[in-house]
Design a protein. Structure first.
Length: 481
């Protein structure tokens, strides 16, 4: 039983299962067709043998009718007895010819020999009857009666009956054998069909079981793929969150470093420049009597003023003091105004106060600053519009639009660090950046930030210059003190 189960399992997994099913179906068809043609041939043979039997009986009957009609005419002399004789004689000849054709088709040598004897005896009997009638019609009544009273006619009839009985017995034996062959063929067909049906059911069962196993394996694979896909999605989400957090941390660290550097420049370098300027201011009255030194002193004062202005621009580039001191909207207004003066552009601003966290305000400021810088470098624009407004109840929209030459957004590569920096900065604040542009149609940089209540205090200290420093009021990059 275990071996049978193992063999069935091997057949289910074998590549020969389908060819086996095809072979089984072919065998079923072959057995069925073979049984059908065998039975059909045997039945046709039986029909022909029965026809031969019926024709043989009819021939014997017609020979008897011919003899009876001839005897009645010879005994009575009445011509009406001749008509049955003539019909019986003609039918006998036709019947003998039909028997010859049938037995030639059947091909039974013994039956063919008996048929030949019957045909010979019947022909002889008909010749005898014809001779007696000839003698009677010629007036030789005594000669006809003498021939009639002999045993020749009886012997011929006895020979016909004996041969016919032997032929009928042989035909019955052949019919019995053919009938048995028909039943054997039908039995063989029945057994074969039953066996092939059982094998077919087994094969179908194997295929169904194999199909269920394949379906189950497919379901398991789908479940495994789904689980792996979900795991990968979770991993991607985790890595994305980690990268976003890392980008936020790097941005924060970068801004903190910029603030620290701006503070150090303001405190240390501002103190040095202020001390140098105070020293020059103290020395200048004492050098009035040295005309040759006055131009040098004036040049030194101008150099100190230029250094202080450079310090202011560097500090503003590192950390916009206007953003911490005045807020987002004034800082953007100053940025737009200074950029318009610096580049000779028409920068229109539509700025509405919004609620953003300190980091969100800084991200908006940097986005506008980067966009204006890109416009100045690449856009060749004449008009720029900056829009800041609340979007709905929980979002803030910032949009920078120019009428420059534009570019194909699909062709922007990974090396475009400005746009990538904007995107990471915006996504670090849980926002969304959209860039729309086309060659010759300008560019629109748009970002949506979630609204936040700004913190009550600022972590960045005020960056006022030391007392007496002419650089106390800081301006935007590109301006002159």
């Amino acid at each position: 039983m275990v071996k049978l189960a193992g063999l069935t399992l091997k057949l289910q997994r074998s590549a020969f299962a389908l060819p086996l099913a095809i072979v089984v179906a072919g065998l079923m068809l072959a057995i069925s067709e073979s049984a059908y043609y065998g039975a059909d041939s045997q039945l046709n043979t039986l029909v022909e043998m029965n026809q031969a039997k019926m024709k043989l009986i009819a021939v014997i009957s017609r020979v008897t009718d011919a003899e009876a009609g001839q005897r009645g005419y010879l005994l009575t002399g009445r011509p009406e007895y001749l008509e049955p004789y003539r019909f019986a004689a003609v039918d006998t000849v036709e019947g003998l010819e039909s028997l010859r054709v049938l037995y030639a088709k059947l091909g039974h040598k013994e039956s063919e020999a008996l048929r030949a004897k019957i045909a010979e005896s019947a022909q002889t009997k008909l010749s005898e009857l014809k001779e007696e009638l000839r003698l009677y019609d010629e007036g030789k009544v005594e000669g006809a009666q003498e021939l009639l009273m002999t045993d020749i006619g009886r012997n011929h009839m006895e020979a016909i009956r004996t041969s016919a009985e032997a032929l009928l017995a042989n035909e019955n034996r052949l019919i019995a054998a053919a009938t048995a062959n028909v039943f054997d063929t039908l039995l063989l067909n029945r057994v074969g069909v039953a066996a092939m049906t059982a094998i077919s059911l087994l094969v179908v069962t194997m295929f169904l079981r194999q199909g269920r196993q394949l379906e189950r394996q497919r379901e398991l694979q789908q479940e495994m793929l789904q689980a792996e896909r979900e795991r990968l999605e979770r991993e991607v989400l985790r890595r994305t969150a980690e990268l976003t957090e890392l980008a936020r941390h790097l941005q924060t660290a970068r801004e903190d470093e910029r603030a620290r550097l701006a503070r150090d420049l303001h405190d240390e370098l501002g103190a040095l420049l202020t001390a140098a300027k105070l020293d020059v201011a103290r020395m200048r009255p004492k050098l009035q009597h040295l005309p040759d030194v006055q131009p040098r002193v004036a040049h030194l004062v101008e150099t100190l003023n230029a250094g202080i202005a450079l310090k202011r621009r560097i500090i503003e580039d590192l950390r916009p003091s206007t953003l911490d001191q005045l807020g987002l909207v004034p800082a953007l207004e100053i940025l737009c105004r200074d950029m318009a003066k610096q580049l000779g552009l028409d920068v229109a601003s539509e700025l509405t106060p919004v609620s953003l966290s300190q980091s969100g305000q800084l991200s908006v400021f940097r986005l506008v600053q980067e966009s204006l810088t890109n416009i100045a470098k690449y856009a060749q624009a004449t008009e720029v519009k900056v829009l800041l407004r609340p979007e709905g109840t929980d979002e803030v929209l910032i949009r920078v639009t120019d009428n420059g030459r534009g570019f194909d957004v699909a062709q922007v590569g990974r090396a475009t660090h400005g746009l990538l920096g904007m995107r990471f900065r915006v996504e670090a604040e849980q926002g969304e950046l959209r860039v729309r542009s086309a060659p010759g149609l300008g560019t629109t940089v748009e970002a949506v930030f979630p609204s936040h209540v700004p913190p009550a205090t600022s972590e960045v200290p005020e960056e006022a210059d030391a007392a007496g420093d002419p650089a106390a009021g800081m301006t935007q990059p590109g301006t002159v003190a």
